[in-house]
Design a protein around this ligand. Structure first.
Ligand SMILES: Nc1ncnc2c1ncn2[C@@H]1O[C@H](COP(=O)(O)OP(=O)(O)OP(=O)(O)O)[C@@H](O)[C@H]1O
Ligand SMILES: O=P(O)(O)O[C@H]1[C@H](O)[C@@H](O)[C@H](OP(=O)(O)O)[C@@H](OP(=O)(O)O)[C@H]1O
Length: 297
């Protein structure tokens, strides 16, 4: 991204006109920041809302839709390319564009996304943190990656010594996709590639932490309730929980026991954000924090 003072110094630069996503022609002069976006229609609906566009416009930030049927280099000029599309062809287009336009910030480069899309590589960074201080500890639940062959799962689980119930998540992250397997026999019903994690009782509440730059925002969400030994012994099967802890599950205003409702200490989040930012080369960090009982394990 060009810095404001650099833009101001470019005295000879011509004013440019762009068509904003609302369709109106915008004269940018020398001060605007143009964000070209390539998003799914789902993401446009959830993210690019009129309120955001208005706020951004007031700050001189303009969102411009990228036309995927035309070469990227023929569009813009952009200061930032914001995208959430997958596919090899699109990745190649972005990589080529980054080479010819090093002055443009691509959010995020395909290589950096691959790293956080895959739950194994993403969680490896967390496991490597070796993070423990006065405010708590951070770790990854005991887990196992199953690449293929559902019939081998129960053997692999036994060998790894994982305890039931087990949480199953697609290896390549798919938001809010989650299943819970209560018994060994049912494990063969799961669909690899996936990550199997020991279920961690956490009081039915979790904290979702959003970090962009120096800004940290924590929200409280309802989660899966604790599983007691008694319940485990009486339950069998695989249960899907596709929307667990999604935005509709907000517990921000719920009247909860302070023991489970207390937000994670700010100092812990700041340190965690700092550490992860060093390791994950993406521009945004988003992670879920279970409550104090999880952190103190
Ligand atoms: N090992 C676990 N033990 C207990 N509950 C878990 C465990 N892992 C995940 N959960 C529950 O499932 C939810 C989804 O967790 P997951 O790690 O799959 O996040 P995600 O799909 O990456 O979420 P998002 O896309 O919302 O960031 C968590 O919010 C939590 O409620
Ligand atoms: O609303 P929160 O709890 O923050 O969860 C988000 C997930 O973390 C994102 O992964 C979702 O985006 P994708 O569906 O593009 O992965 C995102 O989808 P959305 O942009 O359609 O709302 C959300 O589901």
């Amino acid at each position: 991204m060009r810095l404001m003072h650099e833009i101001e110094e470019e005295e000879e630069e011509e004013e440019i006109e762009i068509e904003s996503s609302s369709g109106s022609i915008v004269e940018l002069g020398m001060k605007g920041v143009v964000v070209g976006y390539a998003l799914t229609s789902k993401k446009i609906k959830s993210f690019l809302q009129p309120k955001l566009e208005g706020l951004a416009r007031n700050k001189g930030i303009y969102f411009v839709a990228i036309d995927q049927t035309r070469p990227l280099t023929d569009q813009g000029p952009f200061d930032i390319v914001l995208h959430k599309l997958s596919g090899k062809e699109w990745q190649q287009i972005l990589e080529d564009y980054r080479l010819t336009h090093p002055e443009v910030t691509v959010l995020d480069p395909p290589g950096a996304i691959q790293h956080v899309y895959n739950r194994q590589s993403m969680l490896q960074d967390v496991a490597d943190l070796d993070f423990s201080d006065a405010y708590g500890t951070v770790g990854v639940p005991r887990q196992l990656v199953i690449e293929k062959d559902p019939s081998s799962i129960s053997d692999a689980v036994r060998k790894a010594g994982l305890s039931l119930p087990l949480v199953a998540k697609p290896l390549v992250a798919k938001s809010h996709e989650l299943s819970l397997a209560y018994d060994e026999y049912s494990l063969q019903k799961l669909e690899p590639p996936l990550v199997l994690q020991e279920f961690v009782n956490h009081g039915g509440v979790l904290f979702k932490v959003y970090i962009v730059g120096d800004a940290i925002k924590v929200v409280r969400r309802f989660s899966l309730p604790d599983v007691s030994k008694r319940e485990l012994s009486r339950s069998a099967g695989v249960f899907r929980f596709p929307r667990v802890s999604s935005a509709a599950q907000s517990a921000d205003d719920a009247d909860l026991d302070p023991c489970i409702a207390e937000l994670p200490p700010r100092a812990l989040l700041e340190r965690l954000a700092r550490e992860l930012r060093r390791r994950l080369v993406t521009h945004q960090v988003l992670f879920n924090v279970k409550n104090a009982s999880f952190l103190s394990e």
